[in-house]
Design a protein around this ligand. Structure first.
Ligand SMILES: NC(=O)c1ccc[n+]([C@@H]2O[C@H](COP(=O)([O-])OP(=O)(O)OC[C@H]3O[C@@H](n4cnc5c(N)ncnc54)[C@H](O)[C@@H]3O)[C@@H](O)[C@H]2O)c1
Length: 334
């Protein structure tokens, strides 16, 4: 029987993924707690607040009923902000009645525990209901995917048959292509940490710096991501693939990136609260930087860009002075 997919989180990325999945001929239901979003999807097949461009297919349905959503799918695709993932998983565990493939498409690390979503799934869902875990990540702005612009991402799992199944369900010959690999840790860490570098890139842009600065931040940011990811068990090849370099480039160079946009606002003198209140979509880097900062302190990892962003966002340090401070550290070999 053909797999059916339950998308948890009918926001920007959840909607774009629903479009791909239904374009590819699979049945999909979306779950969200926001009643207005659910009603708009069911009535007009749009999600204007979260994704002002493009349309969902008529067959895509949405619900606020978690049990209905969880019962529907053989695959549970998580696309909620990572700040609520643990809570949502607890709720899923209360209504789930048979085993499913869990796929995570959200990007973040939990503060204080440093847990990745794959670890949180194992903690919150009874093991008899977890068939396998897959992480879906890579350079992919919802705004481009929903318009059918060519996009390539990765499907990573220790269970090759599951990563291949997700590859098959999501790939098509016109605009979306999925590669498989096995490095779940690397995929999760790269997808999460790049958002911090995107905030730095947005700050630099907001301060009036240009392409040279951005290129330097991407390159040195990749080095920091690599240092952290390797200490935590990632494979080096992942850092240079779509999940690593690919996602870092897109998020540091595009105004579609909420993390980049947040950086621009911070450069304009807005504090974190003001910045987040002006965004209609989640800014994962602002939360991930807490866990990343704790990790670099715990493991004594040299990561000056990440430390700088933490100080600007949480210690109210002046963005211009902090970015210049990066220039004044002792001169060293690349
Ligand atoms: N937007 C993109 O292009 C994109 C691409 C790749 C990955 N991501 C990642 O996907 C995740 C979601 O991002 P987004 O841009 O779709 O965010 P978003 O803010 O557009 O959507 C999040 C959705 O989750 C819903 N939600 C919040 N709390 C909930 C709860 N307790 N139960 C059910 N639903 C709840 C919200 O109502 C909202 O509709 C993030 O981790 C982001 O980094 C986004």
């Amino acid at each position: 029987m053909k797999d059916k997919i339950t998308i948890i989180g009918a926001g920007s990325w959840g909607s774009a993924l629903a479009r791909i999945i239904s374009d590819n001929g699979y049945k999909v239901i979306m779950y969200d707690t926001d009643e207005a979003i659910v009603e708009e999807i069911n009535t007009f097949h749009t999600n204007i607040k979260k994704l002002p461009v493009g349309k969902l297919n008529d067959g895509v349905i949405a619900t606020t009923n978690l049990k209905e959503a969880v019962d529907f799918g053989t695959i549970i695709l998580l696309v909620v902000p990572t700040a609520v993932t643990r809570l949502v998983l607890k709720q899923i565990n209360e209504v789930i009645s048979n085993s499913k493939i869990f796929v995570n498409a959200s990007k973040g690390i939990e503060p204080n525990t440093f847990k990745r979503i794959s670890e949180i799934v194992v903690e919150e869902i009874d093991s008899k209901y977890i068939k396998s875990f897959v992480v879906l990540t890579g350079p992919s702005h919802a705004e481009e995917v929903i318009l059918g612009m060519l996009t390539m991402v990765t499907s990573s799992s220790k269970d090759l048959s599951s990563s291949r199944l997700i590859q098959k369900i999501l790939s098509n010959k016109t605009y979306f292509r999925v590669y498989t690999h096995e490095d779940v840790i690397g995929a999760e860490l790269c997808g999460s940490l790049k958002n911090i570098i995107a905030i730095a890139s947005g700050i630099a842009h907001g301060l009036g710096y240009g392409d040279n600065t951005r290129a330097a931040l991407i390159t040195r940011g990749l080095v920091e991501i690599k240092r952290i990811a390797l200490v935590l068990g990632a494979e080096e090849s992942t850092i240079y693939g779509l999940a690593g370099l690919g996602d870092l480039v897109v998020t540091c160079t595009s105004m579609h990136s909420r993390n980049f946009q947040a950086g621009v606002k911070i450069a304009q003198g807005k504090n974190l609260k003001q910045t987040l209140s002006e965004m209609t979509m989640v800014v994962e880097g602002a939360r991930t930087v807490i866990g990343a900062y704790q990790i670099i302190k715990k493991y004594n990892i040299y990561a000056p860009i990440i430390e700088t962003i933490y100080n600007i966002v949480y210690n109210q340090k002046d963005p211009k002075k902090e970015i210049l401070k990066l220039m004044s550290s002792s001169l060293k070999e690349e």
